[in-house]
Design a protein around this ligand. Structure first.
Ligand SMILES: *Cc1c(COP(=O)(O)O)cnc(C)c1O
Length: 381
């Protein structure tokens, strides 16, 4: 099946007891047994729930994987991956990383004796320098947040294979529609389902998708043993959201292209970061591994004034100033004071994350209205 058909049908069967075409919300914690141990595959909803099963199978199909495993948040999913490891194990991670992931690695798991190395992943030598006999995994995020750098996943897969370590990819920014890391050599794909997969800013959830049976068995064990599982109502909402994932991603990408081009020609804009531009540093890699370039854009203002950036964000009528991304509605964020505030200013500026940098999650509204919103907000400075 092609992507759009899988989005609607994979893992989803009409309910056998009623014929209901949509997967019911099995709002139950437990299941009756005819006699001890004689049940229909469901015993307790932390372990299994039919609504969650449908979603997990659907997510697996979207990433061309065999196993889908859902968690109560994206960070819950990452937490489960790191619990595969033991004190003394080491992980090499992208340095340009989602703030919450960085916090989980350094503030929680370092206390349990797991060691993390953070390196820019544009240079294989820099990665290999950090790999030793204790290294168990590479953790990669691409496109990166908020600089929209692209990391070559096929190359990462080769490095991981060569050294016998796992490759895990946080595929949240691309969504399974734009990029499928398992096809490029990844062992584990992680999603903050909260973002494009849910797509309507009404659910917090995470997921892991993989092919290896043994690894899946370990992660399903952790899912049940540690217990960060999502409820059936949330699983239903995500199943519903996914039915239009391909349509939304096409529109996000189309609007992204229009808005990126508009900003690039705007006299008050200094720089626009969007991987679809031919002069983007990693455009060739993006073209190779992504179906399209999406609606995530960052840009800076001429003069690089924080006051100007604030004025622009306060002036928006459509782009709502809020954390998160990937919903149908357009959002804007200010990484220097929001998601990346904990990183020292000099460190931030080294990678281009300056005070006037504004990040847009371009939604699926009419592009003309979004352009007008940018135009009037930028006219105020
Ligand atoms: C939001 C996000 C996460 C964390 O997911 P939650 O669902 O908020 O726990 C991880 N990685 C990336 C890239 C994200 O954008």
């Amino acid at each position: 099946m092609k992507f759009g058909t899988k989005a609607i049908h994979a893992g989803v069967e009409p309910d056998p007891s009623t014929g209901a075409i949509m997967t019911p919300i099995f709002q139950t914690s437990t299941y009756v047994q005819r006699s001890p141990g004689d049940h229909q595959g469901y015993e307790y909803s932390r372990t299994h729930n039919p609504t969650r099963t449908a979603l997990q199978n659907n997510l697996a199909a979207l990433e061309n994987g065999k196993h889908g495993i859902c968690f109560s948040s994206g960070l819950g999913a990452i937490d489960a991956v790191i619990k595969l490891f033991s004190p003394g194990d080491e992980i090499v991670s992208t340095s340009d990383l989602y703030g919450g992931t960085y916090r989980l690695f350094t503030k929680v798991f370092e206390r349990y004796g797991i060691k993390f190395h953070f390196v820019p992943m544009d240079n294989p030598e820099k990665i290999e320098e950090k790999i030793n006999s204790n290294t168990k995994m590479l953790w990669v995020e691409t496109p990166t947040n908020p600089m929209m750098n692209i990391i070559d996943l096929e190359l990462m897969g080769k490095i991981a294979k060569k050294h016998g370590v796992l490759l895990a990819v946080d595929n949240t920014f691309a969504s399974p529609y734009l990029q499928n890391p398992l096809n490029l050599g990844a062992d584990i794909v992680m999603h903050s389902v909260t973002k494009y997969l849910g797509g309507h800013s009404d659910v917090v959830m995470g997921a892991l998708i993989l092919n290896d049976d043994k690894l899946a068995e370990q992660l399903v064990f952790i899912q049940n043993a540690c217990g960060a599982t999502p409820g059936p109502q949330d699983c239903f909402l995500v199943l519903r959201g996914i039915k239009t994932l391909h349509l939304r991603m096409e529109r996000h990408s189309q609007n992204g292209k229009t808005i990126a081009a508009y900003l690039k020609n705007h006299p008050k804009v200094e720089k626009v970061y969007w991987p679809g531009f031919e002069d983007h540093v990693n455009h060739e890699i993006a073209k190779k591994q992504m179906r399209d370039f999406g609606g995530m854009i960052s840009f800076t203002l001429k003069g690089n004034s924080l006051a100007d950036a604030k004025k622009v964000m306060e002036g928006f009528k459509l782009f709502a100033l809020a954390e998160s991304l990937g919903g149908v509605e357009s959002l804007c964020g200010h990484p220097a004071s929001m998601t990346h505030a904990s990183i020292p200013k000099e460190e931030r500026e080294k990678v281009g994350l300056v005070d006037s940098l504004i990040r847009l999650s371009v939604g699926v509204e009419d592009a003309e209205d979004l352009k007008n919103d940018l135009s009037s907000a930028l006219a105020a400075i």
